[in-house]
Design a protein around this ligand. Structure first.
Ligand code: ADP
Ligand code: MG
Length: 352
């Protein structure tokens, strides 16, 4: 716990001012290599030069602010760098595209030594390498307070392969990858241990046996594998979105943009046993953690009923409902068989 304090206490510190802005950029990018053949020029000029030969270009940006999106008391900077890239890659996969390049902009206060920023970049490079994307630029500034990271991701897709949020049709099956609610319950755990630590810094954090959900929060993985799997079995989703804000909110986006309704079945929502147990420990309804928790970075998509046979035995894909006519509304069918209107903020939505 209190990771950042420990880091400052125990490790060597180099003030960034000594390097200057250009020295810092050079230092952070000295081992940066370009793997994509479309990356003609990366860091080092006024702009990167990219070639998307005939493909459509996908662009998405996400900004992370200290104190709003992350807490350095329990977030290792390497994980933070890794996550900042993953959340952006996830948006490109949600379009059924392939991410190819990223730019990374950081604003930091003087409390961050070079070693801290270096660690952040270790996570950034790790994610880039694993997902075969190039770091081709960014911006570096100082901030009055705290750390800001903004990542822009570029990706490519053939026009006919792109999947939008607005393509769901009546009768389509609603599918989700992986399991939900883990990142949120992991966050509850980290927040609790932070409070315990603040009360008594001698008590060690108790995260024993909770690795899975802690990792879901600190080190999410964008679902490239699901996009590849769907391609392999010849299924093109009719609509798709990644789950950053919770299942309910994302499904409502698909329904609204497709001008359709839906029936979502509570008993079908995939939950990991550790998510279930931990939610119960915190007196939370596990279903609500999945519906409203967010940050799971799974893919939510709809497929034609004709594709049912192709996906029914895929272990990491769960069918959780179906698309209806718009007049039927967006509904959650509970385990008890009751029907409730699906709400984006589900905490008190169905009398829980
Ligand atoms: P300019 O003044 O033209 O904006 P900069 O000095 O900010 O140029 O950046 C010089 C080069 O370094 C550019 O290629 C830019 O994309 C890259 N760069 C700047 N900051 C970062 C960063 N934090 N991470 C990666 N590349 C960066
Ligand atoms: Mg600049």
């Amino acid at each position: 716990m209190d990771y950042i304090k420990k880091m400052f206490d125990n490790k060597e510190k180099t003030e960034i001012e000594k390097l200057g802005e250009f020295g810092l950029i050079d230092y952070l990018t000295k081992e940066n290599t370009l793997k994509q053949k479309g990356s003609l020029k990366g860091v080092g000029d006024d702009a990167a030069v990219l070639d998307f030969t005939g493909k459509k270009v996908l662009v998405s940006t996400d900004m992370l602010l200290e104190g709003i999106h992350f807490d350095l008391a329990y977030t290792p900077l390497k994980h933070l760098g890794y996550k900042a890239i993953q959340v952006n890659l996830s948006d490109i996969y949600a379009m059924n595209g392939t991410p190819t390049q990223v730019t990374v902009s950081i604003g930091m206060s003087s409390k961050f030594p070079l070693e801290a920023i270096e660690e952040l970049y270790q996570g950034i490079y790790l994610a880039c390498e694993k997902y075969n994307v190039d770091l081709v630029g960014g911006d570096t500034t100082s901030s009055k307070q705290g750390l800001v990271i903004s990542v822009t991701v570029l990706g490519e897709a053939n026009e006919q392969d792109i999947v939008y949020r607005n393509g769901a049709e009546e009768g389509d099956l609603i599918c989700v990858s992986g399991d939900l609610g883990g990142a949120y319950t992991g966050l509850q755990l980290l927040e609790r241990e932070k409070l315990v630590y603040l009360e008594n810094p001698n008590i060690q954090p108790d995260l024993e046996g909770k690795d899975y959900i802690v990792e879901r929060q600190l080190k999410p993985e964008a679902r490239r594998d699901i996009v590849e799997l769907l391609k392999e079995i010849g299924v093109k989703p009719t609509a798709m979105i990644d789950i950053s804000d919770g299942l309910a909110s994302e499904l409502l986006h698909i329904c609204k943009q497709s001008n359709k309704g839906c029936n979502l079945y509570e008993d079908k929502i995939p939950l990991d046993p550790m998510t279930f147990e931990t939610a119960r420990e915190f007196n939370l309804d596990p279903t609500i953690c999945a519906l409203s928790g967010g940050e799971d970075y799974e893919l939510l998509f709809t497929v034609k009923q004709a594709d049912y046979d192709k996906i029914k035995f895929k272990l990491d894909i769960t069918i959780i409902g179906y698309i209806t006519e718009p007049a039927a509304g967006c509904n959650l069918v509970t385990k008890a068989g009751n029907v409730h209107a699906l709400k984006a903020q589900g905490w008190n939505a169905f009398g829980g």
